[in-house]
Write a protein that binds this ligand. Structure first.
Ligand SMILES: [Zn+2]
Ligand SMILES: [Zn+2]
Length: 356
């Protein structure tokens, strides 16, 4: 009962907090809605027409009647939503008339198929960036700044403490950690997100070493999706293959990528003595590293860090910026001190950011 009441209270406060943004897009209890085009962007409830920035679970929820996304996102989303889901695709840069607005998708550099959504209507040009990053990623198209009047930015890492090192430096750290574990006869396990981070690590590692990487079986589906979308990834070996057998007797010296949900499960016993790590922007914070008790934290993120958020906002030329996800309030406050009109957009998603 307490649960139900708390849930209802949360929804009530959400509904009460609906802000009429009097523009191309409005904040509603189901997500961002475009009345002139009659569609939602990344709705968290089932709707008639969902326009989707990317395939992560906090942006693409099941149950909508129809989805519009890029071909890359479709490759991944169809696997998640099942064969019956209706997914229409649109290429980056092509214009689509929807009601009284024109919609186009532009690369966000976050994961395969990720897109910013540009909506051009009577209220001006809006760009909803979804999740994005500015660091190079061999597995997806690079972010393109899109000029607009109102920019809806993510703010997952919207605090000045979040600054990423060069990816090449982090990858060399990962390789030397793996080497040290090999010498000590231990397996190396990197926990990371199944969609995006795993494929990026695989592609980056392939430029440094020819050694095969092992993966948890749960990672195979999305890796297949990337390959089918035309992304080149090195060969991977499942720790337990599709028939349920372990092809190797010992995992000493091997590197394994695994989803966070595998940590502490009986599956881990197959790996023998091991050292574990988490690859995430969250690892920038020492308290989080200590609390999660990983042997190592590798700071590598598929989201923009603080300097990249500010740089991107400047590059769009937007006069109004709305922040959403994570540290929205501190980012909006900072932008106001810089003379920009800025506010936040609430999200019903209160879990951990996916693909961080
Ligand atoms: Zn994401
Ligand atoms: Zn997200």
């Amino acid at each position: 009962m307490v649960h139900v009441r708390r849930f209802l209270q949360r929804w009530l406060s959400l509904v009460r907090s609906v802000v009429r943004l009097t523009g191309v897009l409005n904040e509603t209890a189901r997500g961002l809605y475009c009345p002139a085009g009659d569609f939602f962007i990344d709705p968290w409830e089932p709707v008639e027409r969902a326009v989707i920035t990317h395939a992560h679970a906090d942006h693409a929820r099941p149950g909508s009647a129809a989805y519009l996304c890029t071909p890359g996102t479709r490759e991944l989303l169809q696997r998640r939503l099942g064969p019956d889901a209706i997914l229409q695709t649109i290429e980056y840069g092509s214009l689509l008339r929807m009601g009284d607005v024109t919609v186009s998708f532009h690369p966000a550099g976050h994961v395969l198929g990720s897109a910013q959504i540009r909506v051009d209507g009577p209220g001006g040009v809006w760009v909803v960036a979804g999740d994005y990053k500015r660091a190079a990623d061999p597995t997806c198209a690079p972010f393109e700044p899109v000029p607009c009047d109102t920019f809806v930015t993510e703010s997952t890492f919207g605090l000045p403490i979040y600054r990423w090192d060069d990816t090449a430096v982090v990858m060399r750290d990962i390789l030397s950690w793996w080497d040290a574990n090999r010498e000590a006869g231990r397996a190396s396990v990197i926990f990371c997100y199944t969609l995006g981070k795993a494929q990026r690590l695989l592609a980056e590692l392939a430029t440094l070493t020819g050694r095969a990487v092992h993966v948890h079986g749960m990672m195979l589906g999305m890796i297949d999706g990337y390959r089918e979308a035309g992304v080149t990834l090195p060969e991977v070996k499942p720790v337990i293959d599709r028939t349920g057998r372990s092809p190797r007797t010992s995992m000493a010296g091997e590197l394994v990528l695994a989803p966070l949900s595998a940590r502490g499960t009986p599956w881990m016993r197959r790996l023998g003595t091991l050292s574990d790590a988490f690859a995430s922007g969250l690892m920038r914070v020492r308290g989080v590293r200590r609390q999660r008790a990983y042997d190592r934290g590798f700071v590598i993120s598929d989201h923009a860090d603080w300097p990249a958020l500010l740089q991107t906002i400047t590059e769009t030329g937007a006069s109004r910026v709305l922040a959403t996800h994570g540290h929205a309030e501190p980012l909006a406050r900072h932008l106001r001190t810089q003379g920009l009109e800025s506010g936040i957009i609430r999200t019903a998603w209160e879990g951990e950011p996916s693909g961080d």
